[in-house]
Design a binder for this molecule. Sequence first.
Ligand SMILES: *Cc1c(COP(=O)(O)O)cnc(C)c1O
Length: 424
Amino acid sequence: MSLYTDAREVIAGGVNSPVRAFAGVGGEPVFFKNAKGARFQSEDGKEYIDYVGSWGPMILGHAHPDVIDTVVATARSGLSFGAPCVLETQIAEKICEMLPSADKVRMVSSGTEATMSAIRLARGHTGRDKIVKFEGCYHGHSDSLLIKAGSGALTLGVPSSPGVPAGLAEHTITLPFNDIDAVKSAFDEVGDQIACVIVEPIAGNMNMVPPVPGFHEALRDACTNAGALLIFDEVMTGFRVARGCAQSIFGITPDITTLGKVIGGGMPAAAYCGSADVMASIAPDGPVYQAGTLSGNPVAMAAGLKTLELIDDDAFWTALTAKTKHLVDGLAAAAADAGIPVAVECEGGMFGMVFTDQGPVRTYAQVAAADTERFKAFFHGMLNEGVYFAPSAFEAGFVSAAHSDDDLDQTIAAAAKVFAALVD
Ligand SMILES: *Cc1c(COP(=O)(O)O)cnc(C)c1O
């Protein structure tokens, strides 16, 4: 018996989110009991350096004392009111200050809720049904967004999960990420029916794939000319890749931005935000309905606000960026020494590594063609060395401010050993 077999008795698949199972790498998931800074301890007493960071939120490291203090203090005053509290205004002010494209914010409890609501808002605001998304981009698990690519740009969408009605899928146009021509022809064909384009400004759910030059400009132009809205899904990249999110790097102003992960600081909080005009379409000001019993609950707001306050600092970003670059350069050098081809990327506190000799990686097809067997061996080798990477070849990695030079160098040394063993 293991903790996992116990869990499987009563939890569907033994996990409350499929990415936690080791389906992509084999073996049983590790159960954790506590975490502090860059490291966490498993139930069986092993310590790991963590590069998952709860899939992005833990940018300050685990259990940051200031965040824990404010969470505990806030909790003592009540967990949820279901009525307005000042912390909601404060975090919204903070988001608007750090993200110039946001005039108004609506808080929700998960990234899925944020993107689902943003899509409804775009449809309601424009009075159109069709949405454009990109292959390999993940926007949560709501029906309209769980669609994978058809063979041609305008092929009717095919649901990629059973349970997504075909009637909904046919309104989702899925295009190849970074394919500017495909975007142009989709808009030439049906631009007047497109409510919005939703995109991860740096794709982080197919490992890490940055946009090619001109991609976001092409999306912005196509949307503006067709009267469609541009949604940047920054649930992962928001306050993770830069102080002003990915949009500040590319100099693009989306109509709606979705946020999650970092803005909850480890508590369930997410948001969608945008121009005052677009956001005015949401109830109670406008007709597009969206609500949430626990939305904006004080404990999550306190954790998120404290996190944003601590990262709203240029020195923080310089240091975090340098840490991530140090790690990624070290991993790349170790791989090269062992004669293992990898392609690496990093931005702020986010990084990617793909086992391929076809880098730099700019398309979903390149990621899909990567050597997943080699990744599996690498993953288990690193786990054995006390380094916890995401258990899938298709995930990005995360460095926190709590990762010390020692943590990073220990990781690089472990990787050198594991890469060398991969060649034998
Ligand atoms: C994680 C993620 C989501 C979904 O957020 P949840 O909080 O898991 O529902 C949506 N979009 C992107 C880009 C994400 O990385």
